[in-house]
Design a binder for this molecule. Sequence first.
Ligand SMILES: [Zn+2]
Length: 252
Amino acid sequence: MIYDIKDLDLDLDLNDGSVVYGFIDNTLDFQLENRTARKELLEYIPACFNKKDVYIYEVKQVHGNNIVVLDKNFKIKDAGNYYDLNLAEADGVFTQKTGIMLCIRTADCIPVLFYDRIKRVAGAVHCGWRGVYTDIIINAKSILINDFHSNLDDVIIITGPSICKNCYEVKDDFLNKFIAKNKLNRRFFERTSEYNKLYFDLKGLLKNELNLYGFKKENIYDLNKCNFEDKNFYSYRRNKTDKRQVSFIAIN
Ligand SMILES: [Zn+2]
């Protein structure tokens, strides 16, 4: 099944055909070896999209903060398709080029989609704790401003299926690491009194950083699905699976 935020009855109409995006559950296993899933993904996208010209672009996600930019010189024939596993090591990709389906694979981390409605820029970013900790959001912002001359007020952000604050148990050294970076980060951790367990609100921290770095709060939307609780999604923490769900965005 494919999810998008219009299911949430939000006041955001991106369904004019200018952009195609979505979050797919475990009906597609998008781990890198699965070539069939790449072909099937194209069947899921809406009819408004010109499918015969669509290419799938993926990065080799390494829990870092590097983001690839596909600029106007990028040749679509070089786009990673479902046969090309020679991927750039990065955790995000941005482009203004049409017909390139930017894909992010996750199974607990947060898939974050960006769309500048005015400059028509799309981005897909893999945000795990390491990426957020090493400021991948600052890199995303810099790319939007420097490479695409975006006004951050025009940028819509959608966060997809990911582990929620009630399910993400961490250890104290993890808390200390984030506090050492910024002591205000403590508010994204909660200790239960009953079992003395510590939980981390990665999405809360991410949203806070997005806002802190200049993205408008009212432009940040959340699919609001916890992949750890909802068995329609894969979760590495739930059962150590190698399988991954895919989130995607493309400019038409
Ligand atoms: Zn949860």
